[in-house]
Write a protein that binds this ligand. Structure first.
Ligand SMILES: Cc1cc2nc3c(=O)[nH]c(=O)nc-3n(C[C@H](O)[C@H](O)[C@H](O)COP(=O)(O)OP(=O)(O)OC[C@H]3O[C@@H](n4cnc5c(N)ncnc54)[C@H](O)[C@@H]3O)c2cc1C
Length: 503
């Protein structure tokens, strides 16, 4: 074992939306910062895939097994790389709505209130949109929350096939809007992510050290168990100890609780910061159904996500509970999550005899229908015999099913009036399976009561004064929208607190 001589002010574990953004925020302070990332930089050729190669089995899966409730192994769709899952995400960066921060009654229970409100997040959402070069247009979505500044860049035009669809939806009385997207403006790597906007600028500061292929295996505490002292990491087979005044975990909503649970010691027998028994509980991942609409006209095999619909976000006249969000996923050759939905594909190939993926790609539009799940303590991440086990049963399912049927009705209405679509009235669809953990969140929930939450409002663990978590683990509720912008904004918010603390 090698004990690093250098003592750091801050250690950050992970370089995804949370860790990469925080590194960028803290680096200009001149403090000694160590960033530990288990992955390496992702080769450009593996990013932004938009060919049939995306369906290469388990292309974006971690090289390890997790286990389901029955103890069956699976490889999770999650990327261990510089920039974390933002290297393969859809780059749709949306603000939660004001009411998402309040207690909201869903059909099957109450989505809990956050201890920090939209007004607290708003300035950080604005900073996050500027940092990640979000292209969007405010005002057309009736659920848009108030904003203190316009989007930093205008939304791109809707790609060819989507423009008439937008007009059709407007005719139906819908309020489609331009999805806010992070764009790097680099032709070779167009999607904005945490490597480009977090890690790269952070590395310009000499006081920040990045170690890749550095798997953090334990968080170490002082003998009294009152503070974190450092971390143990394995780098190319060699075990290291690194020490720091502040430790920030940003390994994602599965790996951060796993680290806390694995770091159990005499003073914290149930795992670090887990006196409440809440670490790893309340795992949430959005209910996501993909729906394929087959077109008669050919369209380009790759086109970007562009269009969102929130008309049912808070419910409608027939169903007074929140249902969720809908967006077009772009060409089916671009979406790593869609590539994980084999039931949809087998239906599509039946519908399009002799159709290969290329044919599907040039004659389809795919949609995501996304709904909130409630935090449930039984949905959790656990360590069993050193293995990662996930328990997850979706809830709030009727609201999701209703949204799916609302959308199928809209598609059929669209198809009645246009020649662009087949009138088969069949729309292959499928829900994402357990290995798709894309929108994981909630496993170290933030709150003011140490009996029911793991983190305080600054995302500091209630039990260890200098231990923080800034990935999507902190979410008290999931909302129906992708979590990435809120993770980024929260990292900037917690970053301000840490800068104050560091003096
Ligand atoms: C295919 C896909 C599409 C998505 N599309 C969208 C979208 O369009 N919009 C949206 O809002 N969200 C989207 N998401 C979700 C979004 O990517 C995540 O919400 C976001 O990346 C979470 O940030 P994070 O910091 O919590 O974790 P991550 O981004 O997962 O980062 C965690 C980092 O920690 C590292 N790490 C983990 N454990 C350790 C350890 N023990 N030691 C060292 N390093 C460690 C990992 O390698 C990784 O770099 C998508 C996700 C996927 C997979």
């Amino acid at each position: 074992m090698i004990i690093d001589d250098q003592h750091y002010d801050v250690i950050i574990v992970g370089t995804g939306a949370g860790g990469g953004t925080l590194a960028q925020k803290l680096a200009p302070s001149g403090k000694r910062i160590l960033v530990l990332e288990r992955g390496e930089a992702m080769p450009l050729g593996d990013q932004n895939i938009n060919t049939v190669d995306i369906f290469q089995k388990q292309r974006y899966h971690a090289p390890e097994n997790w286990y389901d409730e029955a103890g069956e192994p699976f490889t999770p769709q999650t990327k261990y790389t510089l920039g974390g899952n933002t290297k393969i995400y859809g780059a749709v960066l949306q603000r939660l709505r004001e009411r998402d921060f309040e207690a909201v009654t869903l059909q099957t229970g109450v989505s809990p209130e956050w201890c920090v409100k939209y007004a607290d997040f708003e300035p950080y959402y604005t900073q996050a949109e500027a940092l990640y070069q979000v292209h969007g247009q405010a005002g057309s979505d009736p659920t848009d929350p108030p904003r203190s500044a316009p989007y930093p860049y205008p939304a791109a035009d809707h790609p060819g096939i989507m423009a008439p669809i937008l007009a059709d939806l407007v005719r139906q009385g819908c309020h489609p809007y331009a999805l806010p997207l992070s764009q790097s403006l680099r032709p070779e790597d167009p999607t904005g992510d945490a490597e480009i906007f977090g890690v790269e600028p952070a590395l310009k500061c000499a006081n920040l050290t990045l170690k890749t292929s550095a798997l953090v295996t334990l968080v170490l505490t002082n003998p009294a168990g009152t503070a974190a002292r450092g971390v143990q990491a394995t780098i190319h087979g060699q075990v290291y100890i690194f020490t720091a005044d502040l430790i920030v975990l940003a390994g994602g909503a599965v790996n951060s609780p796993v680290l806390l649970l694995k770091s159990a010691n005499e003073r914290h027998p149930q795992g670090l910061a887990n006196g409440s028994g809440q670490v790893g509980r309340n795992l949430m991942k959005l209910q996501m159904t993909s729906i394929v609409q087959v077109t008669t006209e050919a369209n380009p095999p790759a086109f970007s996500r562009s269009l969102g619909i929130n008309d049912y976000y808070w419910g409608d006249r027939q169903f007074a509970y929140p249902m969720g969000h809908i967006e077009n996923m772009g060409g089916v050759l671009q979406d790593a999550i869609f590539a994980e939905s084999p039931p949809v594909l087998s239906l599509v190939t039946r519908l399009m005899p002799n159709a290969g993926l290329q044919q599907l790609a040039t004659h389809s539009i795919a949609w995501w229908v996304m709904s909130e799940v409630l935090p449930d303590p039984a949905n959790r991440v656990e360590i069993k015999k050193d293995k990662i086990q996930l328990y997850f049963t979706p809830n709030n399912t009727e609201a999701h099913d209703r949204l799916v049927y609302r959308w199928l009705d809209s598609l059929k209405e669209m198809e009645k009036h246009g020649s662009r679509f087949t009138r088969s009235q069949i729309h292959p669809r499928g829900q994402t399976p357990l290995p798709v953990v894309a929108n994981q969140c909630g496993t170290c929930r933030m709150g003011t009561d140490p009996r029911t939450s793991v983190l305080d409002p600054h995302c500091r663990t209630h039990e260890l004064d200098n231990l923080y978590v800034v990935d999507s683990s902190f979410f008290p509720s999931s909302s129906s929208l992708g979590p990435a912008l809120t993770v980024i904004a929260n990292a900037l918010r917690v970053g301000d607190h840490l800068l104050q603390r560091l003096g």
